[in-house]
Write a protein that binds this ligand. Sequence first.
Ligand code: G3P
Ligand code: CA
Length: 256
Amino acid sequence: PAFAASNDSKSQVANVAHRGASGHAPENTMAAFDKAFKMKADYIEIDVQMTKDGELVVIHDTTVNRTTNGVGNIKDLTLEQVEQLDAGSWFSNTFSGERIPIFEEVIDTYRGKIGILIELKSPELYPGIEEKMAEVLKERKMDRPNNNKIIIQSFNHTSVQASKELLPNIPHGVLAGMSWKDVTDEQLAKFATYADFFNPNLNIVSPELLQRVHTHDMKMYPYTVRIQEQADNLLQLGVDGIITDFPEYVYQHPAK
Ligand code: G3P
Ligand code: CA
């Protein structure tokens, strides 16, 4: 069959398409987000940064070098310059029309259709990015309670804290790289004062860490699954969500 049978425990896990369905289409492009939507993922994960002229755009690296035909830092390029770049050809010629998306375009295309896990990427390079993002969401009245399909996260925990103050009704998450392997209960308790999610590198996940995160009333969406076995292990542990380049490794909804 084109789709695997449904499975109750799997279907409760949030299936988060990392930079869109980036195993199938160029990361952080509308093609990757469309693919995730068509695959019925629960969320798209997007990386947000700011151009020289203060526009929010969706790209992972702080330069355009790896994923476009241009060169330079996002912070040194204007929106007009960024919009001219080809963000698809590096992945495959069939995606040559893809562009670096504008944050608002992604929000307006997908809100209400699929969840959006927004990462403030390297926010220390972009003073005021939290306020700009809050403005975009507030203009659309997306800052109200129970808007549970929008989550904001960052490796920069000061930025998460600042964003949570601006958008108290929106769930926030702290991203935790390998250096947080030995996170203490005291640190988890502090995160829990402003964060609803503790989202770690999958290599530091253990049953014990998951339990401690839950004890602190946070959820856990580990990143980044790129092989089936990683998804199987995390599903077995009972994580709340999985951030993956391949949504089909987490859960395939039955065909309608
Ligand atoms: O969503 C978490 C994950 O995206 C963090 O790592 O480098 O892919 O942004 P990175
Ligand atoms: Ca990311």
